[in-house]
Design a protein around this ligand. Structure first.
Ligand code: ZN
Length: 543
C-alpha cells in the first residue's frame, strides 16, 4: 500500500495499518510498553487491548503524542502520508482543503509531527566532515512606498531588525543535519560543540566567532567573498539545507518565529529523507510519533501555546515568543516620543472641510528649537510671512481679484507644498539650503534682483547667504501643516484658491510665476551656478 492509498481504504484497514506502523518495534503486533510483551487480549466490542501480564488496558494511541485524537485513523494517516511524501514542504491550507477538516486541526497535527522529529534529532551526534553555517529568517522590513525614501535592505544597518532570528545548521556530509535557532550565529557555538563527536572536522565561512571551535576541532574556513568552493573547504551542503528551508518559507508564505525551530527540523529531516522510498519516510514519521509521553503541543486548543527555545551564548535556552500586537504598538509609541498619530489612530471623519481647514501653525523659531513638534507623515504645508504683504509689494507682486492672497493673523501665505514626510520637508525650507528648497532660492533671486528685502544678504559667499536667509526666515516665517492623504489634490486645491506667489509650478496660469522663473534663471547664471556644493545641512533622520 502506498501512503496516499490509505484515504481510499476503510477506517478498519487504516487502523490495522496504523497499528502495524505504531508497534513496528514489536513486529507490528500490539504490545504493552510497560511489560514489553505482545501477549494481549482484544475486545469484540471496543477497539482497545489488554495486557495479559499487567492487565493494563491500552489503545494504539495511548501514552503517545497521538493520544486523545479526534480524527479518524484514515485522516490521521493521510496527514502523515502527505507530510512525508512531499519533497519540499507541505502546505497546511492545501491539506486541510483536501481532507475537509479545519485549518487548525491540520496545523497542530503537522506541528506535533515536526516537534517529534525535532526532539528525536536532538539525540543525533554528528561525526566526520561537518559543515556549519547560519541564515537569518523573519524580521522583514517593509520597503517605503516612495522610491527615493527606500533603504537598501541588503546593507547594514537596514538588513534586519530585532525580530530576525538565525537558524544555525550543522550538516554532516552525506549524513544528518542538526539545527538550532538563536539571535546570532555565535550564540549556537556551545550547542554545536555538544552535538559533534571529538574527531569531527569542521568547515565554516569566515565568521570570526567560529574560530572558538578550533580549541577542540580542526576547522577549515572558506572566504565567500573570493569563492564558494575551494579544494580545502566549502559549506555548500549547509547552504543547500538553507535553500530547502527558504523554499519551505515560500510555500508556507510565512513562518512564525515561534515555530521556526520546528520548520528547521522539518527541513533537516526532509533533506535527509529525500533519498528514501515513500514508505521509508512514512514509517519513520510514525515511529517518531510513537514514543512514550504526550506531545509538547498538546493543549494547543486549550490555550497552551508553545514557545520557541532560543539558544543563548552561555549554552542555555530561553523561551521566546514574538511580541504581541499590543507590545509592538507600545514600542512604536515610545520610539515616536508618544505621538499617537504615528501608529494610525482612528482618523477623524472628513466632515465638511474646506481647503483652508485643518492646519496647525508653528513659528519658525519654535520649529528650530524642537523639530518634533511637526508631525511626521504625508500631508501639505504652507509657508507664511508675517510681513509678507509689504514684502511682496516691494518686489512688484500685484494681487488679482480672481486669485487673492490668503491672509490670516499669521500674515500672508506665500508658498504651499506637498510631501510624504512633513517634518523633514519643512526643515528643508527653514534650515537647509537652496538646493533642497525652491522658495529659498526664489527669495534669494528676488533679493538679488531688487535688494529691497530688509536684513537679507545675498552674495557670492554661499554659507553667509544661507545663514542670512535662515535668520531672515526665523524672524518672520510661520508654517502651517496638515496631515492628510491625497496630498497632490490638497495642494492643487490650495493653489486654485490662494495666490501662493512663490509657487512657480501651478495649475492656474500666473504672470508673476513666469516673472519669478526669469529672475531665478538670472540668479542661477550670475551667482547660484558658481556656488560651491552645499554643505551637508540639516538631514532628515530615518524613522
Ligand atoms: Zn503489561
Amino acid at each position: 500500500m502506498k501512503p496516499f492509498d490509505v484515504y481510499a481504504q476503510t477506517e478498519e484497514t487504516a487502523r490495522a495499518y496504523f497499528i502495524r506502523l505504531r508497534f513496528a518495534k514489536w513486529g507490528g503486533m500490539p504490545a504493552c510498553e510497560d511489560c514489553n510483551c505482545t501477549a494481549v487480549y482484544t475486545y469484540k466490542s471496543r477497539h482497545i487491548f489488554k495486557c495479559k501480564m499487567c492487565l493494563r488496558q491500552f489503545s494504539p494511541t495511548s501514552n503517545t503524542p497521538w493520544a486523545y485524537r479526534k480524527l479518524s485513523f484514515r485522516k490521521l494517516m493521510t496527514i502523515v502520508a502527505a507530510f512525508s511524501i512531499n519533497a519540499q514542504a507541505i502546505s497546511t491550507r492545501e491539506l486541510c482543503r483536501n481532507l475537509g477538516v479545519q485549518y487548525k486541526t491540520v496545523f497542530v497535527w503537522l506541528h506535533k509531527i515536526r516537534n517529534e522529529l525535532a526532539e528525536r534529532a536532538k539525540g543525533f551526534i554528528l561525526s566526520g566532515e561537518i559543515e556549519i553555517d547560519g541564515s537569518e529568517y523573519g524580521g522583514f522590513i517593509r520597503p517605503k512606498n516612495v522610491k527615493k525614501k527606500r533603504d537598501d535592505h541588503r546593507k547594514m544597518p537596514f538588513r534586519s531588525n530585532s525580530r530576525a532570528l538565525t537558524v544555525v545548521a550543522a550538516r554532516e556530509r552525506g549524513g544528518s543535519v542538526r539545527t538550532w535557532v538563536a539571535k546570532h550565529e555565535s550564540d549556537a557555538r556551545s550547542f554545536i560543540r555538544d552535538a559533534i563527536s571529538p574527531d569531527a572536522v569542521l568547515f565554516a565561512d569566515q565568521g570570526v566567532w567560529w574560530s572558538w571551535l578550533r580549541a577542540r576541532h580542526q576547522l577549515f574556513t572558506i572566504n565567500h567573498k573570493e569563492a564558494y568552493y575551494s579544494p580545502e573547504a566549502c559549506t555548500n551542503q549547509a547552504e543547500n539545507y538553507f535553500r530547502a528551508l527558504r523554499i519551505m518559507e515560500r510555500i508556507q508564505r510565512h513562518i512564525s518565529g515561534q515555530y521556526l525551530d520546528l520548520y528547521a527540523a522539518d527541513a533537516a529531516w526532509r533533506i535527509e529523507r529525500n533519498k528514501w522510498t515513500d514508505k521509508g519516510g512514512w514509517s519513520d514519521a510514525v515511529s517518531a510519533m510513537s514514543r512514550c509521553g504526550r506531545s509538547e503541543l498538546a493543549g494547543y486548543f486549550q490555550g497552551r501555546k508553545r514557545s520557541l527555545s532560543l539558544c543563548q551564548r552561555d549554552g542555555t535556552t530561553k523561551a521566546w515568543r514574538p511580541p504581541s500586537r499590543s507590545e509592538r504598538l507600545e514600542k512604536r509609541v515610545v520610539a515616536d516620543g508618544g505621538g499617537l498619530d504615528e501608529i494610525g489612530s482612528a482618523r477623524k471623519p472628513p466632515g465638511r472641510r474646506t481647503w483652508f481647514d485643518g492646519f496647525d501653525y508653528f513659528e519658525a523659531q519654535q520649529i528650530a528649537a524642537d523639530p518634533s513638534c511637526i508631525p511626521n507623515g504625508a500631508g501639505v504645508y504652507t509657508l507664511w510671512l508675517s510681513d509678507g504683504a509689504e514684502l511682496l509689494n516691494l518686489v512688484g507682486f500685484k494681487e488679482s481679484s480672481s486669485l487673492p492672497l490668503w491672509r490670516t493673523e499669521h500674515g500672508v501665505q506665500v508658498y504651499v507644498g506637498e510631501t510624504y514626510d512633513l517634518r523633514s520637508r519643512v526643515l528643508d525650507h527653514l534650515l537647509s539650503n537652496a538646493d533642497r528648497s525652491t522658495p529659498r532660492r526664489t527669495i534669494m533671486a528676488l533679493q538679488h534682483s531688487f535688494g529691497t528685502l530688509p536684513d537679507l544678504l545675498v552674495g557670492a559667499d554661499r554659507a553667509l547667504t544661507e545663514a542670512s536667509l535662515t535668520a531672515w526666515l526665523s524672524q518672520r516665517a510661520v508654517v502651517g501643516v496638515k496631515r492628510c492623504g491625497y496630498v497632490k489634490a490638497e495642494e492643487t486645491s490650495i493653489l486654485l484658491h490662494a495666490a501662493s506667489p512663490l509657487n512657480l509650478v501651478r495649475p492656474n496660469p500666473c504672470q508673476f510665476g513666469k516673472f519669478l522663473s526669469a529672475l531665478r534663471a538670472e540668479f542661477n547664471t550670475e551667482i547660484g551656478n558658481g556656488w560651491p556644493k552645499a554643505e551637508a545641512g540639516w538631514r532628515p533622520s530615518r524613522r
